[in-house]
Design a protein around this ligand. Structure first.
Ligand SMILES: Cc1cc2nc3c(=O)[nH]c(=O)nc-3n(C[C@H](O)[C@H](O)[C@H](O)COP(=O)(O)O)c2cc1C
Length: 185
């Protein structure tokens, strides 16, 4: 797929099945993530791959969030469905350093966000579908502990990756870009 076609046609898919990227294909995701703009060359991110038996652990961690924040039955069902909605999940942690004044933490977070998007595109370029989610899950204490988050770190993405059986036929999202753009005169 041509780069411009990839950039202007990307959409999320939420129901994902096997196959997920193999080791070599996954390496392209990480290489893409490591090539995003990064003020101060801090590499302010960490990626945790969850697949196979890891998904059962992931389910337990999501359930613990429902418990911790008293989110109720519907969220409990959602926790189960998210854990098995895709064969692979990559959790993206923004590893934030508050001491570096030249690169405030919002810039470090943006780099982690760019890394997530780069992985979305690299997955798509290799024929894999995905969706970036967050929700209440990313604030769970047990989940953060399992992801080895320091106090200042943020879980910025749970990237669900696999292959969508039926892809929805959708129009391009924005046909008219004018309302988002102006020129400084
Ligand atoms: C930081 C961030 C967090 C998101 N969290 C969620 C989420 O928790 N649940 C969800 O359904 N979509 C979430 N989304 C949006 C989806 O990833 C997706 O972009 C959206 O459903 C629109 O679909 P599209 O990517 O095909 O345009 C999030 C996006 C971003 C950038």
């Amino acid at each position: 797929m041509d780069a411009l076609e990839l950039l202007t046609s990307r959409r999320s898919e939420k129901k994902l099945a096997e196959p997920a990227p193999n080791k070599q294909q996954l390496e392209y995701l990480f290489q893409s993530a490591l090539h995003v703009p990064d003020h101060g060359k801090l590499n302010p991110y960490h990626f945790i791959v969850i697949e196979k038996e890891g998904l059962a652990k992931f389910e337990k961690l999501l359930e613990s969030v429902v418990d911790e924040f008293d989110l109720g039955e519907e969220r409990l069902r959602k926790a189960k469905s998210i854990a098995y909605r895709a064969p692979m999940v990559i959790a993206v942690i923004a590893k934030l350093n508050e001491e570096i004044k030249k690169v405030p933490t919002w810039e470090q977070e943006l780099t982690a966000g760019c890394a997530t998007y780069a992985m979305q595109l690299a997955a798509k370029a290799q024929g894999f579908d995905n969706v970036w989610i967050t929700g209440p899950w990313v604030n769970g204490s047990e989940l953060r502990k399992a992801f080895k988050c320091e106090q200042q770190d943020k879980v910025v993405a749970l990237l669900l990756i696999g292959t969508a059986g039926e892809k929805l036929e959708r129009d391009k999202k924005i046909l008219d870009t004018d309302s988002f753009i102006s020129y400084l005169e």
